[in-house]
Structure formats: structure tokens, C-alpha cells
Ligand binder design. Sequence first.
Ligand code: DP6
Length: 361
Amino acid sequence: MTQPDFIPEPYTSQIEKGSFKWSSPSNIALVKYWGKKEHQIPANPSISFTLDACRTTTLLSFEKKEASNGFSFEVFLEGDKKDDFKPKIETFFKRIEAYLPFLKEYHFTIDTSNSFPHSSGIASSASGMSALALCLMSIEKELVPEMNDEFFLQKASFLARLGSGSACRSLEGDLIVWGSHQEINGSSDLFGVKYPFEVHDNFKNYHDTILLVDKGEKQVSSTVGHNLMHDHPFAEQRFEQAHDNLSKLINVFKSGDIDEFIAIVESEALTLHAMMMTSMPYFILMKPNTLEIINKIWQFRKETGLHICFTLDAGANVHILHPENEAEAIFKFINTELVAYCQNGHYICDRIGFGAKQLPI
Ligand code: DP6
């Protein structure tokens, strides 16, 4: 599939008004996307676990209006009007207009809610943009009734990417690859695809407990951070490393080697933050408690031999990853040793999930 394949033929069906509702999960990258080219093309391939509990639910209502030059929409978060969300959605609509030519023919009401607190510092752009992209595809499906499910999901991921890169990995589960990789047939810079190879039982039902270290607004947005990879002294080595780490993970997923999994995942997390610290201008998103938690995890792993590890996204929160069969001891450790480092003692228990769901209205 190439970019022109997502531009539709003139629509033959019509729809006056309606509404669609989708719930879409967040995801956590194992090999990180950090650095992008024009049109939201990633500088390197990434792979993520789709999550289950952390989700955005979006109800999109639409009604035909006179076609005009601008987009017409309102946004609500948990019932409250959110005009500060509008610029991001306006940018999204501009980027996808060529692929959804009906956008200016309707007035939209976007009603969205998150299963996690909005101010938790958890990226809601992945779940939010993928839920919105799916609602928009449900409209297109009415206009092109013969569209098949595979194309529906592929185009939804293609659109979600134009909203927020990592959002294209939030439609399906449980392991999603985004970005072209030599050894992964079908992988694409344009949309996320299901990881196509064997995955050992050790990685089924993997847990992700998210420790909320800092719920505040980030000082540097991901978009700014990605752009700082353009003149970054270590960019080329980093992009190559991401390709290598994804190659290594193919063997790890097959063999079930959790120790090697831990080495790759933790190195990816620290490399992501090392890229931030070595950008110009440089910045640090980790907080003192992020480091306290990492050291505690390393100590606990050494003492117990349990397969606990961490990863980070572009913020201070720590994602603790571990297999299902060690959950009891690890939850006990989190409760006794790590909760003290979380803001207001807050953390979220999540695990691998299987993607977005359409909900009845
Ligand atoms: C560190 O997808 O939020 O979480 O494309 O600019 O919206 P934009 O960036 P975004 O970047 C996420 C970066 C990351 C790593 C990852 O999820 O792969």
C-alpha cells in the first residue's frame, strides 16, 4: 500500500447524519519512535505492546451542513467543552482532508473520555487520535459500503498516524510494528501492522503497571523532542540501533528469552532519554523519583531473580513490565517499596490488550 491508495474514489453513497463510538487503548513502545520526517514518517521502526485498561472512548456525532472553507467541530472531554483541544484536531483534519474529502461537509461533535485521569501525565494522544480516526472511518465505511475490514483498519491506522505517530499502533493488538523493517514483511512507515511472527508464551498476558511519578504537563512536548533529532549528533547511530534492537527482539519473542528482552527494553528506554539529554537544546524529563524507582527495580531483580523491568515514555512516569506468573510477588514489591515514589501514591495496573472496539451508541 502506498499513500495514494488511501485517497478514495468519488463517493457514490450518502449519509445525512449519525454517530459512531469507538474505544481505543493506549500502547507502550518497546523499541521507541523518536525522530520523524515530513508527513509523520518515522525515522526508525518501533514496536509496542497494546494496552488494555488505559483507553479513550470517543463518540463522534455528525450532521450534514453547507460545504464551507473551514472545518466545523466542537470537542468535549468528560462533558466539558474543551476549546484548547481544537488546534490539535484542526491540524489533524488538515493533514487528513485529502484522504477523507467529506470532512468539510459535516459539523462534528467529538465527545471523548479517558479511563485514566486526564492529568495523569499518560499520553492520551495515542488512544485519543486512534479512537477519532476509527470514528471517521466508520463514516467513510457508510459512504463506501464495499470497503473490507482489512482496508478499514489499515486506513484508520494511516489516519491515526497523521494525528499522532504512536496512535497508529493503538488499533489492534497485542504487538504492533510501525515503520519499515527489513526482516518484517508487510511493515510500513505509513501504518501499524500486527507483529507477524511467533511469540513465546512467556510474553502472553504481560503486565504493565504504570507508576505515576509526575502528573504535571511536560515541559517539552514529544513533537518538539522529535524535531530535535534532525540535527542530533547521535541520530544516525540511534536509528540504526532501533533497527538492530527490533531484529534482536524477533529472536527474543521466538525463544522466550526474558533476560534478553529486559536488556533491550531497558536500554531503549534509557537511550530515548539519552537522546533528549544530548539534543540541542537539551532537556530532562525524568524526575528524581524516576531514578529512585529504576534503582529499586534493579536491586529487587538482583535479589529475587524475578523478571521485572522498566520502560519510559516521553515523561517521568515509569512503566513496570513483568510476566503474568510473577505478578503476585511483583505487586507486593510495588505496594511496599515503590508506591512512596508515586505522586499521591497513584499507579495504574494494566496489561497487554487486543486493540480498539466499536461500541453501541
Ligand atoms: C516516546 O506519537 O506522541 O512515546 O507523532 O509528534 O504525536 P507525535 O509523537 P508521539 O511520540 C511518542 C514517542 C514515545 C515513543 C513511542 O511511543 O514510540
